[in-house]
Design a protein around this ligand. Sequence first.
Ligand SMILES: [Zn+2]
Length: 310
Amino acid sequence: MKVKQSIPKELRFTVAQFYKKFPDDDACLEYLKEKRYPGGITHCEKCQHERKHHRVSGRPAYSCDHCGKMISPMAGTIFEHSSTPLQTWFYAMYLMGSTRCGISAKQIQRETGVTYKTAWRMFRQIRSLLSEGDMQLEGPTVEIDETYVGGTRKYAKGRPMRGDKVKIPVIGIVQRNGGKVYAQVVPGITADELTKVVKERVTPGSTVYTDEYPSYDRIGTLTDSKGKPLAYRHRRIRHKDGVYVKGDIHTNTVEGFWALVKNGIRGVYHQVSPEYLQSYLNEYAFRYNRRHEGNQQFNAILERVCERAS
Ligand SMILES: [Zn+2]
């Protein structure tokens, strides 16, 4: 695993540091316990009381100091029903948080000795935690663009046409100036679909940059459910005329994100089926939104595991 050396030193988390922090499964379990039950203190169902818990030797569990009822920090997490060692899971998350372009199941298979199927399942489960839920892009300036992922094309340029293999339509919104990205698979690039996503994700009053595609026509006149104007200032660039940048009117930021996703899918995953595309988009967006954290993004992934534990 090559971690890009351009990461500033203070944001670097090397493989050696990883193994120092997580030398074995016990260290990983202890880490989870501290994240979920700091100091080992949590509610005991039997006592119906907050209790301190201690490690049960020989089992991945902790036990109530008072009544002995056991709990597991893995309960409700993606690790719960897995027979894969916890350290391997942690390492897979470390790899996922250490790359820009994506990480293949093949690599984790090679490095840890789990089967390809296991590696693939682990990544799928980790990815399932990475959605940005109800994230709002708080302007003041966003770019919106649509693209199509997957399949093969009759012509290399332009929007898809008859004869093209399944291309999956995706909408992306990026905050300008180092902000966040949101990307979503949609049934089609229609004005209705775009309107829905924009209303949900873009703060009223933002300036919105798009290209000239007609489905964007309504953006400047959108209102909320009570008829109040959302007051988006809509600026468009005419790609059709060969114009890609006019002053600050362009969609280069969001197109940069598409390039990252498409190169990654082509180079690492080779292809992605429609049912999994959203989870891949989530993975790329998760990393993009934390790109200033170097490869300590691993911590953010671990936190997700705990947050989303049921
Ligand atoms: Zn108890």
